[in-house]
Ligand binder design. Structure first.
Ligand code: HAM
Length: 424
């Protein structure tokens, strides 16, 4: 038997109602804030990610699915959406549109990580970017929208919003030098990974999860004390606007994120319910990235939500729509009479199933129960002779006669009376 590749998974029909609910919440909240959907390709030139995400990041160094196509080009399955959205922004000249340009996208991303609960090699993000505007009110608005998404799913109380500022690209070296000076004498006490990070990417030491590193990280100098006056003022303003909207947040000076493009505001939404995979969404500002990718000086800010993790938090109380009725013809003449009835009702939007006239009634009634049909419509030769069918309510077993001519309308009426959620 050929099985799915390690780290990827099927999203089964029992789970898709939860996915549809998450997608629906994302779309309606993002669109309320004026975001428009963009759909990009799943693979891009490898260089885009190397330049965009940063050569020293874990993603680019060891997690990309990179391959050469038959023409000899190096291509990579997107490990995240931001670089591709910005590539499209530049390529299609979005910079001439009223700013900020607000874009969202949803879909699969690919990272060669060690699979575990909540961490996969193909996973899905709902991703948002607001481009061309530096005002700190936009940072606060983007964060507000993210929290509204969790609110729409009833998850807000189970999550914590962490915010930080990692300063400007220009002044960050001052902090990094301070951090390296602090870390160097502690080198031997740090994990192997962090020892290497002191040279390559010292900021990442701050979000190492290894227990041995924690006492040293806790005493490290705070990046917030090294912010330039402009970056400090920007961060204060973001917090002021968050407070004005009543958005609870915790300042977390160790929140540095795993992608190199961030400047100033960074944020993450965390849960304590998914073990080590505690981030359900993350993002930040990335002024300068569009220029780095060959575009203009337009700044930007955005985030991505890890959809698998949100679905895990939702639990299994979300169920999909079930058919309103199972039509049970008893024999060939009844099948011929009920097929057009089923078609008319379906054309009117009624979800139903129809048997093929070969199974016996008890088995068909059992099937009606198993597929969750609220009603069974039964017609044999006797009923046909009277121009009628039997309408049976599955829950109570109560039955009544209904005219075959009026059956499609009756099914429409029964369907309208149900309040099953549909997330399409
Ligand atoms: P990120 O923090 O790398 O940011 O990913 C965002 C979210 O995607 C994470 O918080 C997590 O929920 C989910 N995620 C990441 N890797 C996996 C995985 N292997 N399995 C399951 N879920 C995962 C970004 O990707 C940035 N592009 C976000 C952004 C947009 N920043 C600005 N604009």
């Amino acid at each position: 038997m050929i099985k799915a590749v390690r780290g990827v998974r099927d999203i089964l029909p029992t789970e898709t109602p939860r996915w549809q609910r998450v997608e629906h919440a994302a779309r309606s909240v993002f669109e309320a804030y004026g975001y428009r959907e963009i759909r990009g390709p799943i693979f891009e030139r490898t260089e885009l990610f190397a330049r965009g995400i940063g050569n020293e990041t874990d993603i680019v160094k060891k997690e990309m699915y990179t391959f050469e196509d038959r023409g000899g080009d190096s291509l990579t399955l997107r490990p995240e959406a931001t670089a591709g959205v910005l590539r499209a922004y530049i390529e299609h000249g979005f910079h001439v549109e009223p700013k900020p340009v607000r874009l969202y996208t949803m879909g699969p991303m690919f990272r060669y990580e060690r699979p575990q609960a909540g961490r996969y090699r193909q996973f899905h993000q709902a991703n948002v970017e607001a481009l061309g505007e530096t005002h700190p009110a936009l940072d606060a608005e983007v964060i507000a929208m993210l929290m509204d998404f969790f609110g729409a799913l009833g998850l807000a109380d189970r999550l914590e919003l962490h915010v930080n500022s990692i300063g400007d690209a220009g002044t960050r070296p001052v902090y990094i030098a301070k951090l390296v000076t602090y870390l160097t004498p502690h080198r031997a006490e740090l994990c192997g990974e962090c020892q290497a990070r002191i040279e390559r990417n010292p900021l990442r030491v701050l979000d190492c999860k290894t227990p041995a590193c924690q006492p040293i990280i806790e005493k490290a100098p705070s990046i917030l004390e090294s912010l330039s006056p402009e970056a400090a003022e920007h961060f204060d303003s973001v917090r002021r606007y968050l407070d004005a909207m009543g958005i609870a947040h915790r300042i977390d000076p160790r929140l540095v994120r795993g992608l190199d493009y961030y400047v100033r505001t960074t944020f993450e939404v965390l849960t304590t319910e998914l073990g080590a995979q505690n981030a359900v969404a993350g993002g930040g500002r990335y002024d300068g990235l569009i220029a780095q990718l060959g575009g203009g000086p337009d700044p930007g800010i955005g985030f991505a939500i890890g959809m698998e993790r949100v679905v895990l938090l939702l639990g299994d109380d979300v169920r999909g729509a079930t058919p309103v009725a199972l039509l049970i013809p008893l024999g060939e003449p009844a099948l011929q009479r009920l097929l057009p009835v089923a078609r008319r009702a379906r054309q009117a939007g009624v979800s139903l199933e129809i048997g093929h006239g070969q199974r016996r009634l008890p088995r068909e009634l059992e099937r009606a129960n198993r597929i969750g049909a609220a009603w069974a419509v039964i017609a044999g030769d006797d009923e046909l002779g009277r121009g009628e069918a039997i309408l049976r309510e599955m829950r109570t077993g109560e039955q009544r006669q209904v005219g075959l001519d009026t059956l499609p309308d009756e099914l429409v009426r029964l369907s309208a009376g149900r309040s099953e959620p549909r997330y399409t």
